[in-house]
Design a protein around this ligand. Structure first.
Ligand code: GLN
Length: 196
């Protein structure tokens, strides 16, 4: 499995380390040609307005949309979650609209820099220790959105078909389960492709 981590800005190397530990081949991607060749894409945390501008400037929108429509799994953390969503409350900024969620940016309060929560996650036997950094939450999930974890502020982990989003940063911890969940999606994508 070849996983690309979008390397325009943000927490790239941490994702690459986690993916390698989970048994995948992982590398940074910045060019259309690189995005054409991967089996899964991670859009990391950072600053969503800036990253959106860079996606436009590097002319990557069309290729990412094409790979999405082919069913390639895409996972967005934090700013990546914002960019993959369909609606961003109060901000007119670039977004892909791959997952039907309304995003509230900096949902834990602007003054709250970071927060750690032991999350109950659907399908995980034990809580996941999650690190949040100026994190968003989601609300108003579309009919096909599977909510995997929620806190009083809103949705923090969710999936719609081939798109996975988390408001927290599993790449900053040691628990591989979120990355493994994503790699399972990639494995299924590759298997179905072989059957076709
Ligand atoms: N607060 C940032 C934004 O709204 C996201 C922060 C992050 O990715 N850690 O874009």
């Amino acid at each position: 499995m070849k996983i690309g981590v979008l390397a325009l800005q943000g927490a790239v190397s941490e994702h690459i380390d986690m993916l390698k530990r989970a048994g995948a081949e992982a590398f940074p991607v910045r060019k259309k040609e690189e995005i054409e060749k991967i089996d899964g894409l991670i859009v990391p945390g950072g600053e969503s307005t800036t990253m959106g501008r860079l996606i436009k400037a590097f002319e990557l929108e069309e290729t990412i949309r094409k790979r999405f429509s082919e069913g390639m799994p895409i996972y967005g953390t934090c700013a990546g979650m914002i960019l993959l969503s369909s609606e961003i409350e109060g901000f007119d900024q670039f977004k892909f609209g791959f997952i039907h969620l309304t995003i509230v940016r900096n949902a834990f309060g602007r003054q709250v820099d970071s927060k750690e929560i032991d999350l109950t996650v659907k399908g995980f036997d034990t809580p996941f220790h999650a690190i949040f950094i100026r994190a968003p939450v989601g609300k108003n999930p579309g009919a096909n959105v599977k909510v995997l974890s929620e806190v009083p502020e809103g949705i923090v982990f969710a999936r719609e078909n081939n798109v996975l989003v988390s408001a927290f940063h599993p790449e900053l911890g040691t628990d591989l389960r979120v990355h493994q969940y994503f790699l399972d999606m990639v494995r299924k994508f590759l298997t179905n492709k072989e059957v076709l």
